[in-house]
Write a protein that binds this ligand. Structure first.
Ligand code: PMV
Length: 290
């Protein structure tokens, strides 16, 4: 008999990288999931090809939740690995929930996020915790390291599109790159972080008022900061150009950057579909937050 668990994918509306260093960020759970199925077995094995990091993360989560690793692990996902949609966190949350089911115990969203964080550390070294928080809770959350995540008021409908610019490098390398820049150019980094914190306040306000035009502008401004961190690529710029040229209100890197996904805000569902169509070669899809 199999034991099943799921975790959401995520998009970061504002604050990727800055959250690693203690700033606030805002993330949204996207309606695409990863599902893990565990079957009891004498020892740990996988029904799919995987690397050492995933094996290590799996061991950590299973030991924490099921107090043993005797399982065959299977996984399916509605979104790609290494795209900036938080695949590793959604895998770890799904795994924690499946492990709890196998151990015959209840697991809250908060506990699933906490157990998944152990796996995230194996994957990424120094994760902020925003991905596993979103993968467990979904919704729209204000996040800051070491604080309880705070669900945010959403006072209207926001029509998002996500497009995938192509495979990005491992999150760990991109996080290390930004951490080095923070160390080598502290004044420049501080100025960017200050701007990011200001954008967080404005974003909370735009979300609560249901003001999509303001939110789109803030996303563009956030993207300027991420580009200054060296996280944009020609494909990301191409996606932003196509989206904005076809009526998008704003578009930004989401996740670690250096490839991966672009989060786009459309004025309505129809425009969102049109933009997703134009970005067909980038595997674009739309979803609604309200
Ligand atoms: O690209 P992803 O899905 O791994 O997202 C990483 C988000 C970062 O802020 C860059 C890292 C983190 O741990 O918050």
């Amino acid at each position: 008999m199999g034991f099943e668990g799921t975790g959401y994918g995520k998009a970061i509306l504002i604050g990727e990288h800055f959250v690693v260093h203690g700033a606030r960020g805002i993330g949204i759970g996207i309606p695409r999931k990863t599902t893990v199925i565990l079957e009891k077995a004498p020892s740990l094995s996988f029904s799919f090809e995987c690397g050492d990091l995933l094996k290590e993360a799996t061991r950590k989560v299973l030991e924490k939740v099921a107090h043993g690793t005797g399982f065959v692990v299977s996984v399916t996902s509605e979104f790609p690995v290494s795209a900036g949609m938080g695949w590793s966190a959604s895998y770890c949350v799904a795994l924690a929930r499946a492990a709890a089911a196998a151990a015959g115990k209840e697991i809250s969203d908060k506990e699933a996020a906490k157990a998944a964080f152990e796996g995230e550390k194996a994957f990424h070294g120094n994760p902020s915790g925003i991905d596993n928080t979103l993968a467990a809770h979904g919704g729209v959350m204000l996040f800051k390291k070491g604080r309880e995540p705070e669900p945010l008021l959403v006072g209207g409908k926001f029509h998002f599109v996500i497009a995938n610019s192509g495979k990005k490098g491992p999150t760990k390398e991109l996080v290390d790159k930004v951490s080095s820049m923070r160390k080598d150019k502290p004044d420049e980094y501080c100025a960017l972080e200050e701007a990011e914190e200001w954008l967080v306040d404005k974003t909370i306000d735009a979300l609560s008022r249901g003001d999509a035009v303001a939110l789109g502008r803030l996303m563009d401004e956030n993207n300027v900061l991420l580009a200054r961190l060296g996280l944009s690529t020609p494909s990301i710029d191409d996606i932003r150009g196509i989206a904005l040229g076809n009526g998008a209100l704003g578009a930004k890197i989401t996740g670690a950057g250096g490839g991966g996904c672009v989060l786009i805000l459309a004025p309505d569902t129809g425009k969102g579909e049109e933009i997703a169509d134009k970005l067909g070669k980038y595997g674009a899809f739309g979803f609604l937050i309200e």
